[in-house]
Design a protein around this ligand. Structure first.
Ligand code: B1M
Length: 234
């Protein structure tokens, strides 16, 4: 690291420069700097959601591109993910601070064979912030875990995340098993993850594909409201 970089004082940067620097720090896996950047933006009055999307998710997109292109490798991406999680941990309680009453319960996990959890964690945070109760099943979940947890938690929503083209078909295994057990309609099934699209969501029988965490919240609210209305009418 050059002396110039060594001396860099994050709080001296304007917002745009700071976000740019946070992209670099995320890329370099510098957790403490990311945490400091998040705190500075909060002090400057940025909304937690804006910090999450513009500074953290934005930075991770750059990491993703260079990972795809073979410029970054797994160890570096793990460090970047760790730095991102440091920033997310600061934002989590703030996003959940809306004080909204619980409007539904969701169990969510990454599917079997898949260990990516940043997107899932982000969805969990945003759902909690919107007033949902969330039970996070973690990563690498077999079908039994989803089904048992949904029943045990009396969940309204089953959420599944997959980041690999090789693991996304597993979502259909879970839904097919729910159909087989006659419990499919007991739950709203939401799916998401970078390689998915709307067509895939429909093809596997999910209630909705969610492009990002904000869409997941909207879909969940919408589908819960529809369910309540249907029940009230029936
Ligand atoms: Co992985 N990885 N990775 N990786 N990784 C991808 C997914 C990849 C696209 C990179 C690339 O090549 N460009 C590629 C997949 C290619 C493919 O399948 N076509 C890939 C690969 C190949 C792999 C390995 C196989 C690499 C290897 O070992 N050779 C390996 C697989 C391990 C496994 O799972 N079995 C692997 C490992 C890893 C790390 C461990 C290093 C790390 C994960 C760390 C962690 O999650 N704790 C990692 C990372 C970080 C990535 C990238 C760079 C970033 C993913 C991420 O966190 N994005 C990723 C490239 C990319 O996606 N651009 C890549 C940020 C996050 C906020 O976005 O997860 O899309 P995302 O979530 C969004 C939406 O998709 C949606 O909302 C979220 C928030 O807006 N959403 C949901 C997600 N889940 C949802 C669930 C819902 C609703 C919405 O339910 C209701």
């Amino acid at each position: 690291m050059s002396d110039e970089e060594d001396d860099l004082i994050l709080s001296d940067l304007n917002d745009e420069e700071l976000v740019e620097q946070m992209f670099d720090d995320l890329y370099d896996g510098l957790k403490e700097e990311i945490e400091e950047g998040v705190n500075i933006l909060l002090e400057r009055g940025w909304e937690p959601y804006r910090i999450l999307t513009e500074a953290l998710v934005g930075g991770m997109t750059v990491v993703g591109k260079d990972f795809r292109d073979g410029i970054l490798f797994v160890p570096e991406v793990l460090l970047a993910a760790n730095a991102m999680k440091g920033g997310m941990a600061i934002l989590k309680p703030l996003l959940a601070e809306t004080g909204a009453p619980t409007i539904g319960k969701m169990v969510i996990g990454t599917v079997k064979g898949d260990i990516h959890d940043i997107g899932k964690n982000l969805v969990s945070m945003m759902m909690e912030g919107a007033g949902f109760e969330v039970v996070d099943l973690g990563i690498n979940n077999p079908v039994e875990t989803y089904i048992e947890a949904a029943a045990a938690e009396n969940a309204d929503i089953v959420g599944m995340s997959a980041l690999l083209t090789t693991t996304m078909p597993y979502m259909k295994v879970v839904i097919d098993q729910m159909v087989e057990q006659g419990i499919r309609d007991d739950y709203i099934v939401l799916v998401g993850g970078a390689p998915l699209n709307e067509e895939f969501g429909k093809a596997i029988g999910a209630d909705a594909y969610c492009r990002d965490a904000a869409v997941a919240v909207e879909m969940a609210k919408d589908l819960i409201a529809r369910r309540h209305n249907q029940r009230a009418a029936g």
